[in-house]
Every structure is written in structure tokens, then in C-alpha cells.
Design a binder for this molecule. Structure first.
Ligand SMILES: [Zn+2]
Ligand SMILES: [Zn+2]
Length: 257
């Protein structure tokens, strides 16, 4: 069964409309396509994710398209929701207005001791300046805080799929800022895999970094994947597509999943 539950459209920061995404998925032989627009952040500080007022219209459009294409492809309506310590949670109770078919929980922002949010995946420059300004230039403490946030999210929130579980690697090939071979990093992976396994949640194998040209491997890395597999976590393959063209990017590398 060919499916992808992690996709973005013009409802957030994607390039194509939901219908264009569906037509591409049908052409590429998908059985199931799920939409996972970035859900609102507290206070709606940005205009690109779903806001608390637009989320109901989003769900209505996706449900209408699901009816229109019934029999050709299964269409699901989900969200990709942020975990930001003390600010927002990917929890079913937050999204009850649209009864999503599933929720992907993702960590994109790390809360520093001074309360500032540092984005993990915006750009190498903003990451470096965020670590310098709010983590005393210490990438290790930033990375440890990143995995700590993911462990908290997995163990305290009610959602379904853990998104891109080592997104902190996104810039580490083209703009290296920490050593993925270090023993402290492996300890973080081990502890995080343990928490994910205990949570019973499904973990993504996300090819989004490949389609954007940042790295040539999935999230999680081969090393993290092996640790997660050893703990028995279930996986789901997704492309985190922001365009119709990348809907099944690099899926052929993971056909056994
Ligand atoms: Zn994400
Ligand atoms: Zn995404």
C-alpha cells in the first residue's frame, strides 16, 4: 500500500493546492494521501501556518475533496502540530474542533533558558546566531534540549506520529555544528528511542531533507533508525512534501518500510 501522511499545501507553506497534490498522488499510484498542514502557534504569531480561525475551513476543504475523490484515492485530514515547551502541544484536545484523522507531533522550536525560541530548521545562519545568543554558543546543550523536548512531547501529549525525529541534522552536512559520532549524541539517541518506544507512538522516516537538498539521508539517520528499530518502534514513511513533485521523494530507498 502506497501512502504519505505528511504533506503541506497552500493552506500553509506548500506550493500546490490540495487538489493539485491529490492529482499528483493519483498519478504516482498512491492509495492514501494525508494532509498535515502546519497548525497554529499560540497567539497566531505568523501568517503562514493555519490560524485558529482558518483551521475549520481547511478541514472542510480536505473533507470535501475526500468525498470528491472517494474510490480513486483515500484522503485523510491531519495536522502537523508543534511542541514548544510551555507554549503549545500536539494534543488531540487542542484540535477537537476538526477531529483530525491523525496528528503529527513535531519539534521545530527550542525554548532557551532566557525564554527565547530558537528554530531548528529555518537557516544555518539563524541557527548559529540563535545558539550563540541563547545557548552561550554551545551546540551540545542546544541539541540536548532538542531531544529532551521530543521526549517530553512523546510522553505527555496525545497524538499519533512523531515527525522528523532528528531534524537537528538538517544543516549539519552543509554547515556542520555538532559531531554526530560523539558519545553524548549517541546517548541522546538511545534515551530518545527509549521514550518513543514507551510512548507507543509511530515514528516517521521522513525524506523531506533530501527533497530540499540539505542532506542525502532521511530523518532519522541510519544510526538512529537502527537504535529505534532495536527498541521495536513502529515506522511510517513520509516525504514531508511541500510540492506535488516531491510527494514520493526517495521513497524507492525505503520500500521495505
Ligand atoms: Zn516539520
Ligand atoms: Zn512538515
Amino acid at each position: 500500500m502506497k501512502r504519505n501522511l505528511h504533506t503541506h499545501s497552500t493552506w500553509c507553506d506548500g506550493k500546490n493546492t490540495p487538489e493539485e497534490m491529490i492529482l499528483s498522488a493519483i498519478e504516482k499510484g498512491f492509495d492514501t494521501l494525508g494532509f498535515s498542514s502546519h497548525a497554529m502557534l499560540p497567539g497566531d504569531p505568523f501568517d503562514w501556518p493555519l490560524t485558529s480561525s482558518r483551521i475549520v475551513s481547511y478541514a472542510a476543504e480536505i473533507r470535501a475533496l475526500a468525498k470528491k475523490y472517494a474510490g480513486k484515492i483515500e484522503i485523510l485530514c491531519g495536522v502537523e502540530a508543534d511542541y514548544i515547551r510551555g507554549a503549545c502541544s500536539p494534543d488531540r484536545s487542542v484540535y477537537s474542533a476538526i477531529s483530525p484523522d491523525y496528528i503529527i507531533g513535531s519539534v521545530h522550536y527550542i525554548v532557551a533558558d532566557d525564554g527565547e525560541w530558537v528554530c531548528v530548521d529555518e537557516s544555518p545562519d539563524s541557527l548559529r546566531s540563535g545558539i550563540d545568543a541563547h545557548f552561550h554558543g554551545d551546540a551540545r546543550s542546544f541539541i540536548c534540549r532538542y531531544f529532551e523536548a521530543q521526549r517530553e512531547m512523546a510522553s505527555t501529549c496525545k497524538f499519533d506520529i512523531i515527525g522528523h525525529p532528528d531534524l537537528c541534522r538538517k544543516f549539519n552536512t552543509k554547515a556542520p555544528y555538532f559531531d554526530e559520532g560523539a558519545s553524548w549524541y549517541r546517548e541522546q539517541l538511545e534515551a530518545t528511542a527509549e521514550a518513543f518506544a514507551k510512548s507507543g507512538k509511530t515514528v516517521e522516516i521522513n525524506t523531506g531533507g533530501i527533497s530540499r537538498g540539505w542532506i542525502d539521508s532521511a530523518y532519522p539517520s541510519d544510526t538512529f533508525l537502527a537504535i529505534l528499530a532495536d527498541k521495536g518502534v513502529p515506522f511510517i514513511l513520509s516525504s514531508d512534501a511541500h510540492s506535488a513533485a516531491s510527494i514520493d521523494c526517495a521513497f524507492e530507498r525505503f520500500t521495505q518500510i
